[in-house]
Design a protein around this ligand. Sequence first.
Ligand SMILES: NC(=O)c1ccc[n+]([C@@H]2O[C@H](COP(=O)([O-])OP(=O)(O)OC[C@H]3O[C@@H](n4cnc5c(N)ncnc54)[C@H](O)[C@@H]3O)[C@@H](O)[C@H]2O)c1
Length: 365
Amino acid sequence: MIDLFQGVSDYCRLVVPEAHKLPIAVVGAGGIVDGQHLPAYKLAGLEVVGITDVNLDRAREVAARHGIPCVYPRLDELLADERVRVVDIAVPVAYQPPIFRAAVAAGKNILAQKPFTTEPETARELAALASEAGVVAAVNQQLRFDEGIAAAHRMVELGWLGELTTFTLSVNAFTDWTQWNWAQAMERLEIMVHSIHYHDTVRWFMGEPSSVYAVAGRVPGQFPVGETRTTSSYRFPDGSSALVYANHMNPGGDNTAEFRIEGTRGAIRGTLGLMYDYPDGRPDTLEVTSTVVGTDGWVPYPVTQRWFPHAFIGTMGSVLEGIATGSSPRSAVNDNVKTVELVAALYRSMESNEVVHLERTSRVE
Ligand SMILES: NC(=O)c1ccc[n+]([C@@H]2O[C@H](COP(=O)([O-])OP(=O)(O)OC[C@H]3O[C@@H](n4cnc5c(N)ncnc54)[C@H](O)[C@@H]3O)[C@@H](O)[C@H]2O)c1
């Protein structure tokens, strides 16, 4: 039975071929770069030639910790470095679009943190700029490379569940928002900076919804002004559905992060280990039952890699593969435009208390 998983685990393998490796430079030396991007690149043997940050002391500290040879005093010096083939942008969303535009103008390939913009119109503009310039550009939706989620997606692609009928995901965590000063004033918070991963994943499995309905919650005395709990429901053109619940103010100390995918011939259930103890986490769990491959009940898939840091190899690796082979990255910026549109639709629903029909609204934000 273990042989059954060979094709699935091959798909999840996070290895960057030597022939794909190109020099990378990083914009932003914050927590996510220090804690996840750079450790992942080290594991994969990728070359980071330099880094910059508006806080140069911070850039120097992170460069020293990770053995990065160059700290550029300014963005334009990073962009003028001819060795740099990929610009890895990881700054708060408000600053990402101008850096993205400058990187495209310099002919650099790009991996931009999520969300790469909050505005659908800007998302479409940036995607068009990248495509006209012929550079490879992707968004760091690395949940698509987390082993539990990637393995589930491969099982679905292989037809093990038949036709998908529903995707549900439920998270109860406690998030210390004080670690991100820039998040305090964001009126659109939880989906924009966190659950965007889940909504992007729902799209990856289920396609584009026809309509969505979302509700936001806050807790008295919370640090950020924006919502810290969201409930989002989806309807798809074929009648299938999805539900994402994300609660970042769990007072119970009993974090949970569960997902379940059902189809006409089977089901998958799993947990996202990261959310049990962010950012250290623990391995995901994943189980599948399928009448297509005859599992005879629920069978565990052995997850061996984590969302943090391993999945960050996947997003950068897929940009490097795109440069080397012409393939489209798994979270290409063109595709991510639809995630930004979906997020905007969820906020419109929250703010209007109405169902939002995407086919009628997503192109006219
Ligand atoms: N799973 C994930 O993919 C994940 C997780 C956490 C954060 N993020 C995203 O990564 C980005 C950074 O988050 P973080 O947790 O590292 O935040 P952080 O606050 O720890 O660090 C942000 C860094 O960006 C620098 N910076 C700000 N404006 C800049 C500019 N114009 N040019 C250069 N540097 C600039 C700051 O000085 C700071 O060092 C955000 O967009 C966030 O949404 C993604």
